[in-house]
Design a binder for this molecule. Sequence first.
Ligand SMILES: Nc1nc2c(ncn2[C@@H]2O[C@H](COP(=O)(O)OP(=O)(O)OP(=O)(O)O)[C@@H](O)[C@H]2O)c(=O)[nH]1
Ligand SMILES: [Zn+2]
Length: 349
Amino acid sequence: MDPLVLSTLGWKPCFSLQLTAEESSSLAPARVAAHYGSQIVLWSETGEIALPQSLLAACGDLAVGDWVLLAVDTHRGVRRLERESLVTRKAAGSKAELQLIGANIDTLFIVSSCNHDFNTARLERYLAVAAESHVNPVVVLTKSDLCDVPDQLRQQAGRLMSGLVVETVDARDPAETQTLAHWCRHGQTVALVGSSGVGKSTLAMSLGAGRIATQGIREDDSKGRHTTTARSIHRLQAGGLLIDTPGMRELQLTACEQGIDEVFDEIVAIATECRFHDCAHQDEPGCAVQAAIESGRLDARRLASYQKLQSEQARNAQSLREQRQQSRKQGKFYKSVIQAKRRRRGDRY
Ligand SMILES: Nc1nc2c(ncn2[C@@H]2O[C@H](COP(=O)(O)OP(=O)(O)OP(=O)(O)O)[C@@H](O)[C@H]2O)c(=O)[nH]1
Ligand SMILES: [Zn+2]
């Protein structure tokens, strides 16, 4: 194992620390570069390999960006390494399932444009997802060339979370996107989120992903035809990696109570002074949050946004819980049917 070569794939000391001496000498780390359901593409020191998912069954559910340990000879997956970060989302539509979107991402570029897409509530939502996923957020405001007051928007966005970094760019200009190179350097993994049309692809191209993106891979579809699927990880000019999957582009809030509290930490702090521990900050007597709004210390919009995100995440968390209970119940039911059958046949179990 050569940590220098692996670091080009985003390998870090925190992963080395997870290996036993025997594992470091006998197993090969590999990173999930694309996940097509039945087939998983991995990058390792020796190059790229596509493996059937069944060979990686011991690694559990995998996301693009995950690190796994493979047996050197058979390429069988032995285990997945603990993640540094994990972005998840609720599956689109009414299905209440949690999907793994991207793992071991260092920086999430939250992309919004300086024109009509600029929306503080939307930025707050993405910031909550980043905080919950343990990913460092950087807000990138594109289309600065189409806006008369980009600095004003930058300041407005900067106030949404303590210590938040905001950059304004013309995403088409690689010279301007150089301000993002720091997060895209060797060993770093970044991802882009933001609404359609804000300039994510344009930004990716200016960061060098377009030029050096690897070829799509050919797979058999269900009708036996060859299809080409796009890559999910791209190399960037500054040496880092970019995870770009459709799921990343359609993020929604999942259970992220903690992430929301991190983004709205000033409200959480003020709320500790409310008279009632379970104050809903509406019209309760002794509500410090309402008092802060009245005195101008807190913006009423912030409280409204906080409460909206809280109820949205609570709804999603509830439906996920119900879904899990349902599948557990179903699992128990199937198990009892199988056991009853075996009993009838007189099998030992
Ligand atoms: N003037 C200007 N145009 C931009 C900028 N960034 C992107 N555009 C243009 O905006 C349009 C949409 O950009 P895309 O990069 O395709 O947006 P996207 O976020 O990838 O969109 P989806 O793929 O739908 O998610 C394109 O015509 C870009 O050329 C910018 O900073 N300034
Ligand atoms: Zn209160």
